[in-house]
Design a binder for this molecule. Structure first.
Ligand code: URA
Length: 166
């Protein structure tokens, strides 16, 4: 599954990998995490059609539980390594001004495994001379860690200010 959205977008979001809902509908961020992404877009006062949304890993990583049900898992290093060149090509095609990476996976795919979201969220990093990266926590992390919410809101405000100044 490739990204979707405005191919002339100034802002690109990059998540981790599709989950079950995304796989079923063939679109990124349409499940629970997508609802949280929609809230971010609302706070930024930007329409989904005006941004480009993608993932590092283009297929759904799954595992089978002992009960035999299929569930999501985090992508492993090999999967991230295989898909990162595709992601870099996608970024080159869109050539956004700002990439908001969501969580550790896209941050580390672009900069290396020593980049941890806890230390880098809300810092402005250079991807290349045209494109900056603004690391955000993954919207799904709010589902598990609600105390991140105030930090998250501050980070989004900062992103909004940056976008306003473009
Ligand atoms: N989480 C992601 O990182 N990407 C999606 O597309 C959906 C959930």
């Amino acid at each position: 599954m490739f990204g979707e959205g405005n191919q002339n977008a100034s802002l690109m979001f990059i998540g981790e990998a599709p989950g079950g809902d995304e796989e079923r509908l063939g679109r990124p961020f349409v499940g629970k995490a997508g609802k949280n992404l929609d809230k971010i877009l609302e706070k930024l006062e930007i329409n989904r059609e005006d941004v480009y949304i993608s993932n590092v890993v283009k297929v759904r990583p799954t595992r089978i539980s002992i009960r035999g049900t299929v569930s999501n898992r985090a992508p492993n290093e090999d999967e991230i390594t295989i898909f990162t060149p595709w992601l870099n090509d996608e970024i080159k095609l869109i050539s956004p001004k700002i990439i908001a990476t969501l969580g550790n996976t896209p941050l580390q795919a672009l900069f290396g495994s020593e980049y941890k979201i806890g230390s880098y969220h809300s810092l402005v990093l250079d991807y290349n001379e045209k494109t900056k990266v603004f690391p955000l926590y993954h919207p799904a992390s709010l589902i598990y860690k609600p105390d991140l919410l105030p930090v998250y809101e501050q980070d989004i405000l900062k992103l909004k200010q940056i976008l306003g100044g473009l």
